[in-house]
Design a protein around this ligand. Sequence first.
Ligand SMILES: Cc1cc2nc3c(=O)[nH]c(=O)nc-3n(C[C@H](O)[C@H](O)[C@H](O)COP(=O)(O)OP(=O)(O)OC[C@H]3O[C@@H](n4cnc5c(N)ncnc54)[C@H](O)[C@@H]3O)c2cc1C
Length: 401
Amino acid sequence: MKIAVIGGGAAGYFSAITAANNNDNEVHLFEKTSKVLGKVKISGGGRCNVTNVVFNPVKLSKNYPRGERFLKKAFGRFNGEHTVEWFKERGVKIKAEDDGRMFPETDDSQTIIDCLTAEAKKNNVSLHLSREVLKLSPLEDGRIELSFKDQEEIFDKVIVTVGGLPKKESFDWLKKLGHAIEDPVPSLFTFKINHKPLTKLMGLSVNNAKVRVVGEKKLSEEGPLLITHWGLSGPAILRTSAWGARMLYERNYQFEILVSWYNKKSDQELRVFVADQKVALKKKQIKNNNPFELPQRLWDYIIQRLEIPETKLWLDLSKKELNRIVEVLLADKYQVNGTTKFKEEFVTCGGIALTDVDVKTMESKKVKNLHFAGEVLDIDGITGGFNFQAAWTTGYLSGLS
Ligand SMILES: Cc1cc2nc3c(=O)[nH]c(=O)nc-3n(C[C@H](O)[C@H](O)[C@H](O)COP(=O)(O)OP(=O)(O)OC[C@H]3O[C@@H](n4cnc5c(N)ncnc54)[C@H](O)[C@@H]3O)c2cc1C
């Protein structure tokens, strides 16, 4: 069987290698740019966060704001455990970090690239660089014709792995074939906050913070929070952006958030704790006596925000001031004015509607012998290795079929 894979990313490589594993297949991989696996190279800060320790299909699928139900079935056949095993069988050991993210033991994304390219070569995948596919035309006999700038070529099967296309119009060639498209909008972005005293703290991080979007009860995420020179970043922000991708887009990225810097106690517990500190720390100055284990720079900033004199003693704090401490520690309000994608992982929410794809084979329900894999599908995960896992899984299943 003559097979074309369109797109030389993570999903494309996994599709092509899996398909080529069957000796009866002749597999051609077309990449529009002059190099393959560009995103793998820069992923995970150059280390490639390959997958996550969450292997259980049900639990794993819960990390996908788009695609949960679809992936639950797909992960039953290929999940993180299979990914780790797949790379191990090819000499690449994958290790887990404390937060669940998994990386190659070398901490170098090139290891993953070398493995995938070597495996493709070994399985005789023909790689065609700088070869953009412009059009797909299903033929009456079930085969599919691909159009390039200067020629046409016919294949028995085609796997589309072109990644997340940022513009709606970029999907026109696939929409014309009858596929429903969920409008693409960005996911996994960071928040721009124009508040100098906060951004002056750039580089500072809080391990267990909580972020809530005002007016969206369900949009609340916990985890590490990082202050940057443009605003806020870190897993808690990225997750909020993923779950709220569409909603925040509709608000034109103008919204308010509440930050909980101290996410260890409930409102009531913290009120009691703060009142106790007034007694316990008595004659100690508030500035040098922070009972919340917050970094000193952050505590200094919070005191400024509270408008409490640094030299004030715990004993002298008024009821109103104690309440204000609780308020700022648990629900510090900021206006977000836009997003950034600065050197961070980002993905596209939206793509080929999953109702048009058979989860067993990744085959289109609209065009026979046409399959999809990777971010081109309406699938995206939160940060932590979940986006690559979706690419490996859908790539593997499409290649297998
Ligand atoms: C900076 C950054 C860091 C990231 N880090 C991580 C991480 O550590 N862990 C994680 O899980 N996820 C990470 N992601 C997300 C992850 O990289 C993507 O979800 C994943 O690469 C998607 O794989 P894909 O193969 O579907 O698409 P892509 O990797 O985007 O590959 C698609 C390929 O298709 C080619 N193409 C497009 N159109 C055509 C055409 N018409 N003809 C021929 N070729 C075409 C493109 O040039 C591209 O090479 C990161 C993303 C970014 C941007």
